[in-house]
Design a protein around this ligand. Structure first.
Ligand code: G3H
Ligand code: 13P
Ligand code: ZN
Length: 326
């Protein structure tokens, strides 16, 4: 078993102050997922360049892909790179969609500053029990915890759901009071992945359920809300992927205007994974198509990293409102 590492020793912070500032300033902190070095570098450089706080997000399967021990060193190296660039932006390392107490505990013991226990697929009582158990381990170690009520359609790490169940506002006060979570992920019409809506010809994307969000805000004044499945599935990347040999015909995401509206509300954390994947894939496909003899990974992963930096700067500045807030 690996040595116990505290997140402060890695130069990380938990999400408490980030969310307090985001709530007061009416913006959302970006939570970008990563699985490899280029993604991690791009997220950090994009947030340094835009002066944004950042939550680095790792799913259980991404942690396994990287290796849990290696991940600790990546996070430490990432923060040191940020400081070497002369930046003091706050950086949190967060477990995305943790599904067991053991996984959350292991992450806390290995330097994560924040964890999610996603018990949304369990009956409510079991969700509350598991979430409470994680809070009891996390809080004495000053680690923040995100819970979830309601089910998003799409894939949440190992758990896939065909249909979404909106969060029931009448359940949120009890859940927050009994579990002690620091933030709550809710379901108001977003979903995971690049195929968020099955649209018939001529149909447009249905609006998010802001009425549910407003009722939750009324019941939990000042409490940080989290939006998962918040990629826009940026059309320019989908078009590029399709132009250069890919096939993502029905991909569709959340319109930016709706995310801007959410970011101005009690939504303090917006999760983005798919858009980052699309940005890199589009760039790599284009290079492979235009330079078929290229075989140096730096020549396609480097430009993919550059494109991801641009995407992150754009999101922070024009969608989440977090640019300049670090
Ligand atoms: O919400 C799920 C995230 O996009 C992570 O996905 O399990 O494929 O790493 P993953
Ligand atoms: P997207 O698939 O919309 O990027 O959602 C990511 C997410 O919610 C990670 O937890
Ligand atoms: Zn998610």
């Amino acid at each position: 078993m690996a040595a116990i590492v505290r997140y402060n020793d890695l130069g990380l912070v938990n999400t408490k102050e980030m969310f307090e500032k985001a709530m007061a300033g009416r913006y959302a902190v970006p939570a970008y997922n990563f699985n490899n070095m280029e993604q991690l570098q791009a997220i950090l450089v994009g947030c340094v360049q835009s002066g944004s706080p950042v939550i680095l997000q790792v799913s259980g399967s991404a942690r396994k892909y990287i290796h849990p021990v290696f991940l600790v060193h990546m996070a430490k190296g990432g923060v040191e790179m940020v400081r070497d660039m002369g930046s003091s932006i706050p950086v949190a390392l967060h477990l995305d969609h943790g599904d067991t107490f053991e996984l959350a505990k292991s992450c806390i013991d290995m330097g994560f500053s924040s964890v999610m226990l996603d018990g949304s697929h369990h009956p409510k009582e079991e969700n509350m029990r598991l979430t409470r158990q994680v809070v009891e381990y996390a809080h004495p170690r000053d680690v923040t915890v995100e819970g979830e009520l309601g089910v998003l359609a799409g894939i949440e790490d190992k758990v896939a759901s065909e249909v979404s169940h909106y969060t029931r506002p009448e359940e949120v006060e009890d859940f927050v009071a009994k579990t002690g979570v620091d933030s709550l992920a809710i379901s108001i019409g977003t979903s995971h992945g690049a195929y968020k809506f099955k649209l018939k010809p001529g149909e447009s994307v249905p609006p998010l359920r802001f009425d549910i969000l407003e009722e939750i805000e009324r019941r939990l004044p000042g409490f940080p809300i989290v939006l998962h499945g918040a990629s826009s599935v940026m059309p320019k990347y989908v078009e590029e992927i399709n132009r250069f040999g890919g096939s993502m015909e029905d991909a569709a995401g959340i319109p930016e205007e709706q995310l801007r509206r959410a970011a101005r509300s009690a939504v303090c954390k917006i999760n983005i994974d798919s858009d980052g994947r699309l940005a890199m894939t589009a760039t790599i496909r284009k290079i492979f198509a235009q330079k078929p003899s290229e075989f140096d990974p730096r020549k396609y992963l480097g430009p993919a990293r550059d494109e991801l930096i641009e995407m992150i700067r754009y999101k922070n500045e024009h969608v989440l409102g977090s640019a300049g807030k670090a």
